[in-house]
Design a protein around this ligand. Structure first.
Ligand code: 13P
Length: 248
């Protein structure tokens, strides 16, 4: 039995409205969910309050991004303080869509990680290589470099979850095989052992994201270093319940 509590995050991305998200929430609230799994839903910022008011308290709410300071003249941004105020307890940072669609740098992501942790939010920190990087066999270099910038900004690892999301697997229907996921997760844990500490390596949840479905989740969940999932498309469907219960 792993000492690490299984963690499943749903990342709704920029999808849904009050009606359809309300249906997703109702499905979760009435489902039988494994108590051994920590569940968090990542809502669009405008629906954080709505999601928190409707979701059962056993499910946490995450923002999908935020800025690196508490307040100020930053039109269009939200702060960790605002996420806390709306009852959110987590934030997804460094998602590949933030990195590659909106051009966020490792440095900015690191600054956000530091500020969110100081603001008492849990951080789901995302890393992952692009297809051309995998093909060039630089996956390790890429994910270690991204992890280093995150690690340099973490004092307390208790509220950090590391999400390995290979960019080529996100929204493509092309899931990493259980062996591919396990290989990278094991290497990431090794990196944490060598560069942070033995106890952090043993305790930090490393979750997998990229085309996780009700159909492939059990085999992925059975891997020794896969401690949960970050789920996009399938988190808006009833099969999210099966993913939450993947290691039952
Ligand atoms: P999909 O599950 O839709 O591939 O998205 C994964 C993801 O980006 C979760 O953050």
């Amino acid at each position: 039995m792993s000492p690490r509590k299984f963690f499943v995050g749903g990342n709704w991305k920029m999808n849904g409205d009050k009606e359809t998200l309300g249906e997703v929430i109702m499905t979760l609230n009435t489902a039988s969910l494994n108590d051994e799994t920590e569940v968090v839903c990542g809502a669009p910022s405008i629906y954080l309050d709505y999601a928190r008011s409707k979701l059962d308290r056993r499910i946490g709410v995450a923002a999908q991004n935020c800025y690196k300071v508490p307040k100020g003249a930053f039109t269009g941004e939200i702060s960790p303080a605002m996420i806390n105020d709306c009852g959110g307890s987590w934030v997804i940072l460094g998602h590949s869509e933030r990195r590659h669609v909106f051009g966020e740098s490792d440095e900015l992501i690191g600054q956000k990680v530091a500020h969110c942790l100081e603001s008492d939010l849990g951080v789901i920190a995302c890393i992952g290589e692009k297809l051309e990087e995998r093909e060039a066999e630089t996956t390790e270099d890429v994910v270690f470099a991204q992890t280093k910038v995150i690690a340099d900004n973490v004092k307390d690892w208790a509220r950090v979850v590391l999400a390995y999301e290979p960019v080529w697997a996100i929204g493509t229907g092309r899931t990493a095989t259980p062996d591919q996921a396990q290989e990278v997760h094991e290497k990431l844990r090794g990196w944490l052992r060598a560069n942070v500490s033995e106890s952090v390596a043993d305790s930090v949840r490393i979750i997998y994201g990229g085309s996780v479905t009700g159909g492939n989740c059990k085999e992925l969940a059975a891997q020794a270093d896969v401690d949960g999932f970050l789920v996009g498309g399938a988190s808006l469907k009833p099969e999210f319940v099966d993913i939450i219960n993947a290691c039952s």
